[in-house]
Design a protein around this ligand. Structure first.
Ligand SMILES: Cc1ncc(COP(=O)(O)O)c(C=O)c1O
Length: 429
């Protein structure tokens, strides 16, 4: 499916007519397990001599269709669908990390990822070093012999920040580690991180890929480009004998099939043992949503740009941070990595600070006040009192979520209706 344009792949990739029934739409394979042909077939599946369906915790045909669609759109060698965006990060890191090792991550990340990496991962003995990734030299300086991975968001949540993917990939590779890019906010419709040096992409499909706010999900995609065996014993899950597969070394055993050791390791070790499987129903909803990804992203971006321009003129608004604006400091990076688009999520600052933020989100009617992004509907939140409330004042500022900040995820409604709703809520401040 890789010879087609992205719009065509969004509709068709992974979604052949069902081989069992000729159903045109990929069915929801609502089954926990699959019957083996015979004992030999079962033994081969369990020893990785053959790939096939065993049990829905580790593979399912509906999920497989979604994995193929995302692989095609990102230009990778394979993908794994999991229960949520956070599960995608957990499984990807679990495959690469060991106790006592560290992650070098950008400071400007989704608040939940700051929590996951900064707090929850400590229990695994993994340290996360958050750096200001606006200067790739900070990433290079933080990498040491215990670093196993660098993590960034292509377009950062909550607001308007575009990351210099190629420069950070170069820094990661100079340090002998892969770069993972969370491409949730940009989606492959705007940005394909593998074309800029990234090695692994993760997504929360909950957001723009699904696009309709009706199912949680996550995907990990492998570029197949990182040479695990060239890094000595840094990545034992992939390059050392594995006790649960009769001492097989994944990177060696899978070499004849292709450079898929990482993504298979995520599936047959991480997902098998930690267990956050994607529900086939949620894969089906993501597949359906993805058919309109490119149409939606065009409308999301044009509405977001029009709204950002309008907000700049409003007397209650102090500043607007949207990389799609020609005079925005991140616009040159948006030109380089996002085709000049700024995505649909951005932040603005209110002159009235924290109290004005709380009042604005209480005064909207068309906008939904909730903790999500990427829906067809316009969404709004005041991060300092919600998603980022766990952070200190200093951390709030460095995450781009200060007390005056409001975040919007601009939907695909008519732009005049979107503006009118914010106009009435702003006038009440
Ligand atoms: C950029 C980004 N990455 C990851 C996540 C986590 O995804 P999920 O909520 O599906 O676990 C989110 C959730 O908001 C997000 O915005």
């Amino acid at each position: 499916m890789t010879d087609f344009h992205p719009e065509t792949m969004s509709v068709h990739a992974g979604c052949e007519p069902d081989p069992a029934t000729n159903a045109r739409i990929t069915p929801i394979y609502q089954t926990a397990s699959y019957v083996f042909d015979d004992a030999e077939h079962a033994a081969k599946l369990f020893s990785l001599q053959e790939f096939g369906n065993i049990y829905t915790r580790i593979m399912n045909p509906t999920n497989d269709a979604l994995e193929k669609k995302v692989t095609a759109l990102e230009g990778g060698v394979g993908a794994l669908g999991v229960a949520s965006g956070h599960a995608a990060q957990l499984i990807a890191f679990h495959t690469l990390m060991e106790p006592g090792c560290n992650i070098v991550a950008a400071k400007k990340l989704y608040g939940g990822s700051l929590n996951q990496m900064g707090e929850a991962f400590k229990k695994f003995g993994w340290e996360t070093r958050f750096v200001d990734a606006d200067d790739p030299a900070n990433v290079a300086a933080a990498i040491d012999e215990k670093t196993r991975v660098v993590f960034i968001e292509s377009l950062a949540n909550p607001g308007g920040v575009v990351t210099d993917i190629q420069a950070i990939a170069d820094a990661a590779h100079a340090g002998g580690v892969p770069l993972i890019v969370d491409n949730t906010m940009a989606t492959p419709a705007l940005c394909r991180p593998f074309e800029h040096g990234a090695d692994i992409v993760v997504h929360s499909t909950t957001k723009f890929l699904n696009g309709h706010g009706n199912a949680i999900g996550g995907v990990i995609v492998d570029s197949g480009k990182f040479d695990w065996k060239a890094q000595g014993d840094k990545y034992p899950s992939l390059t050392q004998p594995n006790g649960s597969y009769h001492g097989a070394v994944l990177a060696d055993a899978l070499e004849p099939i292709g450079p898929i050791a990482f993504i298979i390791g995520c599936r047959v070790l991480g997902l098998r043992d930690l267990g956050p499987a994607m529900a086939p129903m949620n894969a089906f909803l993501a597949l359906t949503g993805m058919e309109t990804l490119h149409l939606r992203m065009e409308k999301h971006c044009s509405n977001a740009l029009a709204l950002a321009e309008w907000l700049k003129e409003q007397p209650q608004v102090e500043w607007v941070s949207y990389a799609g604006l020609a005079d925005d400091p991140y616009n040159p990076l948006a030109q380089k990595y996002l085709g000049g688009q700024g995505g649909a999520v951005f932040t603005f600052g209110l002159k009235g600070g924290y109290d004005a933020g709380v009042k604005l989100v209480s005064g909207v009617n068309l906008f939904s006040h909730l903790a999500n992004i990427g829906d067809t509907r316009s969404l709004i939140i005041h991060p300092a009192s919600t998603t980022h409330s766990q952070l200190s004042e200093e951390e709030l500022l460095s995450a781009g979520a200060g007390p005056d900040v409001v975040r919007v995820s601009v939907g695909i409604e008519h732009i005049e209706d979107i503006k009118a709703d914010l106009a009435q809520a702003l006038s009440a401040l």
